[in-house]
Design a protein around this ligand. Structure first.
Ligand code: SF4
Length: 357
């Protein structure tokens, strides 16, 4: 997965965003020189497989306009054409989606993911810079996607409000017309401390939330639930979730900022208060040079120590593989850590609830 941030700017100011507000207020746009240099390095350094998924990701990727993507696609075709099959994914807040964007999505074959957390009351964290709700703006974008018959995925952050009323969330999801649902808990990240952290009863409520969704969205239903597909794979196939997850393999999750700065494990680590986990800039030299640096050695040693703790102590290691590295760092200040709020809910609580059915 190559995650590219065409701009750090966002038209919303969601309270739980992992990108600090100071970064999201910047308006830079990735230059085509940076993009082309990145692609050439990936080719020359043999970092590509037969298929490449480029995720145009946050802040808000549509903010740079369609012209940027028309230009980017031409450069991608020139640089990678014939060598690699490229799939594009847009993860957007949906506010800017209009008919012209939909025509572009259809023309380019891009997949679309829209971030929205549920009913208007459940979506209160998603606001504009004046603090006003963005719910109706995203719904307008979703209606436009549906009017163009574009299958799209809903990505929801599960907050206290969502857990408190699973049926409202389920009814909302059904009403949107999405083809896929993904959900993740409101987690602690470098820019935000989760409100779930001190929430008594959170595990019981989350288990009830998960079970309500499981009953409402069966495997053969019209809405595919990403987390349940992962769970079914894990239980039916033994252990398809890699014991060494993508977050511990360098370059499996390459994330590149508009400036060309990049990080090679979890994308969230690009946006801390300092550049601690920036492994270099694509303009400065070969990407692989970062593997022979004190920064890389220190970070991997710490991450592997954390993974060893997980392997020794966690009964869900085979389901997870110490995946949650950015959350470990955000919660404890170190990768040499074990349980986090996110893994406690998304792995331990969910698997336990579903295993008991
Ligand atoms: S669920 Fe948590 S404690 Fe268990 S392996 Fe995953 S990260 Fe480690």
């Amino acid at each position: 997965m190559l995650r590219v941030q065409p701009s750090p700017a966002c038209n919303l100011n969601c309270s739980y965003c992992y990108i600090p507000a100071s970064v999201r207020r910047q308006t830079a746009t990735m230059s085509m020189t940076v993009l082309e240099t990145l692609l050439r390095r990936l080719v020359h350094e043999d970092l590509l497989e037969d298929r490449l998924t480029i995720s145009w990701h946050g802040a808000e990727p549509l903010i740079v306009g369609r012209g940027w993507y028309e230009d980017a696609c031409a450069r991608i075709a020139t640089t990678l054409g014939g060598k690699v099959e490229v799939a594009q994914v847009f993860q957007t807040n949906g506010v800017l989606i209009d008919a012209a964007w939909c025509e572009y999505f259809i023309r380019s074959g891009a997949q679309v993911g829209v971030s929205l957390d549920g009913s208007e009351a459940q979506n209160s964290a998603r606001v504009n810079w004046a603090g006003r709700p963005a719910h109706h703006l995203t719904l307008r974008g979703i209606e436009t996607l549906n009017a163009h018959a574009i299958p799209w995925a809903l990505l929801a952050v599960v907050t206290r409000e969502t857990m408190a009323d699973p049926q409202a969330f389920i009814a909302f999801v059904r009403s949107t017309g999405c083809a896929v649902l993904g959900f993740k808990v409101e987690e602690t990240n470098v820019a935000h401390e989760s409100k779930l952290a001190g929430f008594a009863d959170v595990e019981r409520l989350y288990a009830a939330f998960v079970l309500a969704l499981w009953q409402s969205f069966p495997a053969d239903g019209p809405i595919l639930v990403r987390e349940f597909e992962d769970y079914r794979s894990a239980r039916q196939l033994g252990n398809p979730v890699q014991v060494v997850p993508v977050t511990l393999i360098p370059f499996r999750n390459l994330t590149v900022a508009a400036s060309g700065d990049f990080t090679i494990f979890a994308g969230e680590l690009l946006f801390g208060d300092d550049d601690r986990f920036v492994f270099g800039n694509v303009m400065d030299g070969p990407l692989l040079d970062c593997l022979d640096t004190p920064r890389f050695r220190a970070m991997t040693a710490e991450m592997l120590a954390g993974a060893r703790r997980c392997a020794a102590n966690c009964e869900h290691y085979a389901d997870c593989g110490s995946f949650f590295i950015s959350q470990k760092y955000a919660e404890t200040g170190s990768f040499d850590a074990e349980e986090t709020l996110a893994c406690r809910l998304e792995i331990k609580t969910m698997f336990k609830a579903l295993d008991a059915i």
